[in-house]
Write a protein that binds this ligand. Structure first.
Ligand code: NAI
Ligand code: MG
Length: 492
């Protein structure tokens, strides 16, 4: 199958991608760089600055200055709306370029990457509506007083993001920060630094003033840690592993900055006997294997009612085996590689653990024969899984599904909730009452019924339990990107 040609814009951009600080391109203070690897080949195709403490300092100083002089917050609300719409338009206009960059950087098939870029633009479109629509209130007082509240930005917002959906994650941090008048320092994942840089360039092109959106590329324990710890940063929005989420929380305690954490998951995908089996198996398959299983809400625990277990597994295996594993830029690829050598080792390690725990491999269970240097894993379905097994409890973040038998609604809810995580769940049933019982019974931030993996910028997203706290998107993001001030005026 044909490999898509790399676009000239992509080649040009990858010649010399740099950080964006104070509206200008920047090398690391140390002049050091690190390689960016294409997961489909295992080969480096460009390098980016290895930002560290000094670079974070410079970016935070630029963001602080841009916040304090109100070059962004002070603009007419309608002007901010116009700029945010412009960013959305520029992202949409550049979908082919951004999608290829994302594919090369992360290994995801180009069609999926195009959808991701589109969704990032949609986040900006949604947030473009906010500057003209949020405001404070008039408070109740006696006749001697007048009181009102101002709803104000937080200040400098740090965004620390993962590699699974780099452009969506960047837009979920940058768009709300801008909509509510903040400035931003973004630290993309070291595996996928490119589209964040490109997004910052597009923000400048759209008319975002210098210093309002800054990007520092670098490693988590250095640049990430420096940002989380920085006394001049007012908020950190983090998406990533629960383990690093804990580190972020400790790092932020010095100045008590605001924190939102969107962390790991081990989401249940429950299929009841009365479900439409075909629809449920296709949906469950996408729910766990989309983006090579590298999705925080992946339905990686598939709970199936015993009476339909064999029929369902057969259908699930069939739709899984129809998906072609291959390089991201090949047009008929259904599932690309995982993002890095570390992830490849981690995922195949879990496949070994599953076998040694006594689970059976219904399909997959290893790497394809012809790897050609890429980080490919065959989509793997384990059956005979008990919920206490490690493959049912630990976030694998790769194309590995654990199928667990359950006997009724109560057992399904109990098993679904028997996890430290609570990010999402999917339920497949034709029974209205069963759907609502489960939706109420599950301790998770999102529940999908007869669908899976849907997001919308207008619908809040976040975790219960160790999947994190705070909500992104929707009305609730106003609370996590602003603070209120009560003003008292003596009228006598
Ligand atoms: P990670 O949590 O280490 O990385 C996420 C972001 O945090 C990156 O930008 C990284 O540079 C930064 N970071 C890392 N250490 C940091 C520190 N000490 N201080 C500040 N920032 C830091 O994720 P990683 O190591 O790439 O993947 C490991 C596992 O984490 C995956 O196998 C998966 O289970 C989970 N993960 C979950 C994600 C989710 O969305 N729930 C996303 C990415 C990974
Ligand atoms: Mg890490």
């Amino acid at each position: 199958m044909a490999q898509a040609e790399v676009l000239p814009e992509v080649t040009k951009f990858t010649e010399q991608p740099k950080m964006i600080i104070g509206g200008k391109t920047a090398d690391a203070v140390t002049a050091k760089t690190f390689e960016v690897i294409d997961p489909s080949t295992g080969k480096a195709f460009t390098e980016v600055p290895l930002g560290d403490l000094a670079d974070v300092d410079a970016a935070v100083a630029a963001a602080r200055e841009a916040f304090e002089d109100r070059r962004w917050a002070g603009l007419r609300p309608g002007k901010k709306t116009e700029v945010l719409f412009k960013i959305a338009d520029l992202i949409k206009r550049n979908i082919p370029e951004l999608a290829q960059l994302e594919s090369l950087d992360s290994g995801k098939p180009v069609k999926l990457a195009s959808g991701e870029i589109w969704a990032a633009a949609e986040a900006f479109r949604y947030y473009a509506g906010w500057p003209t629509k949020f405001h404070g209130e008039t408070n109740a007082t006696d006749d001697n007083m007048f009181s009102y509240s101002l709803r104000e930005p937080l200040g400098v917002c740090g965004g620390i993001i993962p590699w699974n959906f780099p452009m969506i994650m960047a837009s979920w941090k940058v768009a709300p920060a801008l909509a509510f008048g903040n400035t931003v320092v973004l630290k993309p994942a070291e595996q996928t630094p490119l589209t964040a840089i490109r997004l910052a360039q597009l923000c400048l092109e759209a008319g975002v003033p210098d210093g309002v959106v800054n990007v520092v590329t670098g490693l988590g324990p250095q640049a990430g840690q420096a940002l989380a710890q920085h006394d001049n940063v007012d908020k950190i929005a983090f998406t990533g592993s629960t383990e690093v989420g804990r580190k972020i929380l400790h790092a932020t305690e010095g100045n008590l900055k605001r924190v939102t954490l969107e962390l790991g998951g081990k989401s249940p995908n429950i299929v009841f006997a009365d479900a439409n089996i075909r629809r449920a198996s296709k949906g469950s398959m996408m729910g766990v294997f989309l983006n090579s299983g590298q999705v925080c809400t992946a339905g990686s625990r598939i709970l199936v009612e015993s009476s339909i277990h064999d029929e369902f597994v057969e259908s699930l295996v069939e739709s899984t085996e129809s998906m072609k594993v291959g390089p991201a830029l090949e047009e008929d690829t259904g599932m690309g590689p995982v993002v890095s050598k570390e992830q490849l080792e981690r995922v195949t390690g879990y496949i070994d653990i599953g076998r040694s725990e006594g689970a059976e491999v219904a399909t997959g269970g290893g790497v394809p024969g012809d790897l050609n240097g890429g980080y490919f894993v065959n989509p793997t379905i384990f059956t005979g899984v008990r919920n206490e097994m490690r493959i049912a409890q630990e976030e694998i973040f790769g194309p590995v599904a654990a199928v667990i038998k359950v006997d009724d609604v109560d057992e399904a809810i109990a098993v679904a909730n028997d996890t430290i995580y609570g990010l999402a769940a999917a339920v497949w049933t034709e029974s209205l009452s069963k759907a609502h019982r489960v939706a109420r019974g599950i301790r998770a931030g999102t529940v999908w019924v007869n669908t899976a993996g849907l997001y919308d910028p207008g619908i809040s997203f976040g975790g219960y339990k160790q999947s994190g706290y705070g909500r992104e998107l929707g009305l609730q993001s106003m609370e996590t990107y602003t603070q209120t001030k009560s003003v008292w005026i003596n009228l006598k």
